[in-house]
Design a protein around this ligand. Structure first.
Ligand code: AMP
Ligand code: MG
Length: 481
């Protein structure tokens, strides 16, 4: 295995060269073998060596760890200096197919960017990120991935004493909107250009061939994020802290802090304990992403055109396409969830269903999954709604539309591949975390296994598809810093 360190070849202002801080008594919790195989990592065979590797106690040959500099808008407020305060980018690897991956430890000790923090992570957020990021991947949603988790064997002190852990995560790139903001705020135009070139090479190579590569880069990021937002909205994912430093320019979901999944459908739902004004509510995510992309566009202005007015105009034109592009993806995605082609009439029908779900507090995931079988047996689906005329009328209209569009034969398969049976339900994650904190990783491992096949029925694991009982409901999630 060979590490490349292309980010470390950028000028020194981009990062701090720093090794992880060793953990006191590391032990491996879990290694993601399929991902390790895809990366073609040449890993040691025994758990002690793996634990040393995935806690940062031992470095692979050729790795030159760095902490990346970035800034960001947090809840709308600009913070000029954030950066990897507890993460170390080990380097990048390229597999035989030419796929390139960044490998990063999180919770691996202090860096120049730690500000007041201890550089560490409690076990709970490590479990949450592993479970949710891998589930997102299995559902077909662009995301950073989890390669391993290891206990550090040393406590971290938050409101209480908690076990510490390190997550090893993998991305096609860890550059954030906030990375651009770091240099733009310092008026370091050359650095913005170097960063843009790096991101074009790494994540959006087609932009290089365009007449205006930087404008094409901006378009590519907007397009990737429009697709991503549609995918989030179609599975009921609430990121919870969509600050610009938690927005990757690769278009991958990143930083699973207070994230959560909708159980009963409530478009305005907010889970994060620190999101007091609902800035990052479920249904605000696309417009917040537009806001974040406007921040990115602002950073790129000097690169877009030598004439500032023209640069603004070009950037705004791209940005104006974001909500229409999102809506297009969302219309396609939501229509697939009801087995129909992505036309406006089908879209309206799907949204009528969402209205009924909202009215009745229906479980979002289970309603769509039950609909996948409703052509033959509508009773389980209809049973999730109030027993009145409206859901029957909706089913009649749906059947008529299936017939009219000629989708009736393919609808079941379309729906089964668009509507997961299993999502990382908040209460299951909580249970897995509580058990792990008491040294029992069985529930976390089981949850991870179930969520590897979200679109399979898995009748033996039916309890993982069940919504929370009232006493199991998770109303609030926490950042995990
Ligand atoms: P996050 O909320 O995880 O996205 O982190 C926001 C910022 O705080 C980033 O710059 C992190 O690196 C930093 N940070 C979060 N937790 C810690 C910690 N325990 N020690 C040092 N820095 C941290
Ligand atoms: Mg973050």
């Amino acid at each position: 295995m060979r590490f490349i360190n292309s980010y470390a070849h950028l000028p020194e202002v981009f990062f701090q060269r720093i090794d992880p801080e060793p953990a006191a008594a590391p032990s491996l919790i879990r290694l993601n073998r399929p991902l390790a195989d895809r990366l073609e990592l040449d890993l040691p065979g025994n758990d002690a060596d793996l634990a040393a590797l995935f806690s940062g106690n031992r470095l692979l040959p050729g790795s030159a760890p760095i902490a990346q500099a970035y800034a960001g808008h947090q809840f709308g407020q600009f913070v000029p200096q954030l950066g990897d305060g507890r993460a170390h980018l080990l380097g990048e690897v390229v597999n035989g197919q030419g796929e390139r991956f960044d490998i990063q430890l999180k919770g691996s000790g202090r860096t120049r960017f730690s500000r007041g923090g201890d550089g560490r992570s409690p076990l709970g957020p490590v479990i949450r990120e592993y479970v949710v990021s891998e589930a997102m991947h299995a559902m077909g949603i662009p995301t950073t991935r989890a390669l391993a988790m290891a206990s550090t064997g040393q406590p971290v002190f938050r409101e209480a004493e908690l076990p510490g852990a390190v997550l090893t995560r993998v991305a096609s790139g860890f550059v954030r909107v906030g990375t651009f903001e770091y240099f733009a705020a310092r008026r370091m135009e050359d650095a913005v250009r170097q960063l843009a070139d790096h991101v074009i090479d790494r994540n959006h190579p087609a932009a290089r061939k365009a007449d205006n590569p930087y404008l094409a880069l901006f378009e590519a990021v907007c397009e990737a994020q429009a697709g991503l937002m549609a995918k989030w909205m179609c599975v009921g994912f609430v990121h919870g802290v969509m600050n610009t430093d938690n927005t990757a320019v690769s278009g991958e979901t990143i930083d699973f802090g207070p994230c959560a999944f909708i159980d009963h459908y409530d478009p305005e739902v907010v889970f994060s304990s620190i999101d007091h004004f609902g800035r990052y509510a479920f249904n605000r995510q696309p417009s917040i992403m537009a806001w974040n992309l406007a921040c990115l566009g602002g950073c790129l202005i000097p690169l877009l055109d030598e004439d500032e007015a023209r640069a603004h105009k070009a950037g705004e034109k791209v940005l104006e396409q974001f909500i229409p592009a999102f809506t297009d993806h969302y219309r396609q995605g939501l229509c697939r969830k009801i087995g129909l082609p992505g036309d406006d009439e089908s879209f309206n029908l799907a949204r009528r269903l969402l209205d009924l779900m909202r009215r009745d507090g229906t479980d979002f995931t289970n309603a769509f999954r039950a609909l996948s079988a409703a052509q033959t047996d509508p009773a389980p689906f209809a049973g999730l709604f109030a027993p009145d005329e409206e859901i029957r009328a909706w089913l009649d209209d749906w059947r008529a539309r299936l017939a009219l569009t000629g989708a009736a034969d393919t609808a079941r398969e379309t729906m089964r591949s668009a509507n997961p049976a299993f999502i990382p339900r908040n209460h299951r994650i909580e249970q897995a975390i509580r058990a792990a904190e008491h040294g029992d990783f069985t529930p976390a491992n089981k949850l991870i296994e179930v969520l590897r096949r979200p679109y399979d029925d898995q009748p033996e694991n039916a309890e993982y598809a069940a919504p929370p009982r009232p006493e199991e409901r998770v109303e609030q999630t926490f950042c995990g810093t």
